[in-house]
Each structure stands twice: as C-alpha cells, then as structure tokens.
Design a protein around this ligand. Structure first.
Ligand code: SF4
Length: 242
C-alpha cells in the first residue's frame, strides 16, 4: 500500500510540475482540485493566502481550508480572519497547540523564551506550529500553500509540486511564479480583504513577537526572527527549501 501511494505521489508531482506553469492561477486550482483527496489549503491570512482563498471560494472545490492559531498572532491577523469569514462562504478549521504542551513550554522557558536562543525558539515553533500542523495534515493527500519563489532566496528553490516526506503527501505551490504586484492587482480588482500590516511594512506576517516591519526593498522575510542571523523559516515548509 505504501509503495502504491509513493508511485501515485510521484506521478501526481510529475503531472503538476509539467502542467501548472502553463495555466492561470484559477486553472491551477481547478487542476489540483481534481486530484484524489483529501486536499487542504493552509492559510495564515497573508496576501498570498487571501488571493488563493478568494479563488477557492468561487467554486465548490473539495478543498478544506485550515489555519494554525499559535496564540501569539497579531490582532490585525484576527481582524482579517474575521473579515474573510464574513466575505466568503467558507469554513476555516483552526488548529491550536495542545494545552499540556503549552503548559510545559511556558513553564520551562517562560512566555517569551524564544528570544533566549535558537533552541528555545524552535521549541516554541514546534509546540505552537509544527505539532498542530502535523495534526492538520494527518491523512491528507494534497497540501496547497501560498508559497512564492520571490519571498526569499530559500524559496527560489521551490518547485510547483513536490513530495513532502515529513507529512507523506504532495505539496503544491500554485503561486510559485507570482509577483507581489500581481497579488495586489488581484486584491484591488476583487476587493479581497488583506491584513492591514502589509501596508505598514510587513510583507511577511507571522507571530506578533517574532515579526517586525522591514524597510522597502528588503528581503520580505528579514522581519521574521530578526534577532537571529540566518534562520528565517520555522520548519513548516522545511522540505521545500532544504
Ligand atoms: S514564531 Fe515566535 S511566537 Fe510564534 S511559534 Fe515561533 S517562536 Fe513562538
């Protein structure tokens, strides 16, 4: 059974990598949605995810939406989450850290222990993001993300589709070649709700204590974990760039 799954995954990745570059974003979603499910789309309510949410909500695709509520998000993120639910006929499943894990984490390193060092930061990301993500992706066959190659140099190595070994599924990035300007065209044309922080110098928005504004033209992810020298990812998209 495992081997059959693997071959199915390999075949799907091959087809998607071949066909997706030639299609519009809507057609890409349509093609991915025709794959064997369960298919999910993870949103963190950033501009990329909002454009995909808009497209997915236009038809009754068999795509489940979910988000990770780390408990440390910006108020502005909760605001755009609410607006999105008001504007579109969708359900967004929310996954949160386990209470026992949080109790242990905060007891061991305090509420803001992530500033003390990489191990503490990874422990927090693991509790608040990685573990809930694993739960969200359990049993899933296809995972759609809003990753773009232009987001930073790690992500230039992304492909349209790949096998995510960690979660045993096919991961698809339908916005791979999209530019920020293209996303804003979508937002303006379709009145898509966006996080207010994007207009305040936050191209990439994660947890509030770990994200800050960046000067125009900087690496979009340089405002994430700014006190660290090189780590600009939390492990959610590990297989895609390393
Ligand atoms: S981004 Fe910061 S607050 Fe959020 S899970 Fe990671 S370390 Fe914790």
């Amino acid at each position: 059974m495992g081997e059959i799954m693997k071959q199915e995954q390999i075949d799907l990745v091959e087809v998607l990598n071949q066909k997706l570059p030639e299609l519009t974003i809507e057609q890409r979603i349509e093609l991915v949605a025709s794959s064997q499910g369960p298919i999910v789309f993870s949103t963190s309510f950033g501009i990329e995810d909002q454009v995909l949410t808009h497209i997915i909500s236009q038809k009754s695709y068999p795509i489940g939406l979910f988000t990770l509520d780390t408990g440390r998000l910006f108020e502005e993120t909760y605001e755009v989450w609410e607006k999105t639910l008001t504007q579109y006929p969708i359900e967004v499943k929310s996954f949160s850290p386990e209470a026992d894990d949080l109790k242990k984490l905060i007891t061991e390193q305090g509420p803001n222990g992530f500033y003390q060092g990489l191990n503490q930061r990874m422990a927090c990301c693991s509790t608040r993001k990685i573990k809930p993500l694993k739960v969200a992706l359990h049993g899933v066959r296809v995972w759609i993300t809003g990753l773009r190659a232009q987001q930073n140099h790690h992500r230039t190595q992304l492909t349209w589709a790949s096998i995510d070994q960690q979660h045993d599924l096919v991961k698809v990035n339908p916005l791979l070649d999209s530019s920020e300007a293209e996303l804003y065209q979508w937002v303006n044309k379709h009145n898509i709700p966006v996080n207010k922080l994007h207009n305040q110098g936050y191209p990439s928005i994660g947890c509030a204590p770990c994200t800050r504004a960046v000067p125009p033209g900087s690496d979009p992810r340089s405002g994430r974990w700014w006190w660290e020298q090189s780590h600009k990812e939390c492990g959610l998209h590990l297989n895609s760039h390393s």
